[in-house]
Design a binder for this molecule. Structure first.
Ligand SMILES: [Fe+2]
Length: 313
């Protein structure tokens, strides 16, 4: 939640944690997300599903992907129904269920492309098939509970005591809930979470995808891909580019780092790119701060590159 960002940052300082990725399970209607603010204040990677209507995310996931953070890996499970961009994340003994499966409840399905039949499938076909003892952490709970288990919900969740998808659809369609108070404000605000890449462009640190097409392959530039291996495999790579994942950026651009050395010894211009231009925009700023004045990025990332007709391999 946007109004709690200070509190999250304080807690991370107290626990000596560094925020690497911030994930929204879906586009929220009942509060404004803190996702963009967390990125602006920590330079973390923002993550949502590929279906999400948000303007720009650093990284988008799909069903079957893994969400990785240094030694931690979560299985990405597409669980539509509450919204069409709802995801759950399974990490060993626990699952983060967003608003799909809540404690003694399930997320409403009557707006934002909600679909009770899809939710039935997400619940009974995906989440309830996890081992009984799996801990369930929903996105929120209006009564103050924080954790349950799959077995507990199967038995005591009143929404799950149905015998068929049709029965579930009838139950959900009969709820007649009023819209959340914040909805008219929250939904549009949550759809605009992208980093303001125009700020970086104004400083002259951005190339449009079209400009980058002409620069790629020239001897005095090096293209650097900041994405993760899974993204490279799925969406392709700009031919001839180097791979230097965003989480290692600081190490690479600081004095003694590979990219710092590369820029210094060869005098080549470093051009960062990523999926949609968000990580690369942050990387340009960081590289400039580290004294690499030639650093630039490709606005719009590899998505923009492809749109401009750029090839990948
Ligand atoms: Fe929600």
């Amino acid at each position: 939640m946007l109004e709690k960002v200070d509190r999250y940052l304080q807690l991370m300082r107290e626990l000596d944690l560094r925020l690497v990725k911030a994930v929204d399970t879906h586009l929220h209607a009942d509060h404004i997300t803190g996702l963009g603010a967390l990125r602006d204040r920590t330079q973390c990677i923002t993550v949502m599903g590929e279906q999400s209507q948000v303007d720009v995310m650093s990284m988008r996931l799909a069903d079957g992907d893994k969400l990785r953070i240094e030694g931690v890996s979560m299985d990405v499970i597409y669980t539509p129904g509450h919204t069409d961009d709802s995801y759950s994340f399974l990490m060993q003994d626990r699952v983060f269920t967003g608003d799909t499966l809540m404690i003694r409840g399930t997320g409403r399905t009557d707006f934002q492309n909600g679909d009770p039949r899809a939710q039935y499938e997400s619940l009974f076909g995906r989440l309830l098939r996890l081992p009984d003892e799996t801990l369930v952490f929903p996105a929120h709970d209006y009564k103050g509970d924080t954790v349950s288990t799959i077995a507990e919900e199967r038995v005591f969740n009143p929404r799950l005591q149905v015998k068929s998808a049709d029965e579930y659809v009838a139950l959900m369609n009969g709820l007649n809930l009023s819209n959340p108070k914040m909805m008219d404000v929250a939904v549009p605000a949550n759809m605009r979470q992208g980093l303001h890449q125009d700020e970086v462009a104004r400083r002259g640190w951005a190339y449009s995808a079209r400009e980058a097409l002409d620069l790629a392959g020239q001897p005095d530039v090096v293209l650097i891909d900041l994405r993760e291996r899974s993204e490279r495999e799925r969406h392709g790579v700009i031919p001839g580019s180097l791979h230097a994942p965003y989480p290692d950026l600081r190490e690479n651009i600081n004095e003694g780092g590979i990219l710092h050395g590369l820029a210094q010894t060869t005098g080549k211009q470093l051009i960062f790119y990523c999926a949609f231009g968000e990580r690369s925009a942050m990387a340009v700023q960081a590289a400039q701060d580290a004294g690499i004045t030639s650093a630039r990025h490709i606005q719009g990332g590899i998505a923009g590159w492809k749109e401009a007709g750029g090839s990948t391999r």
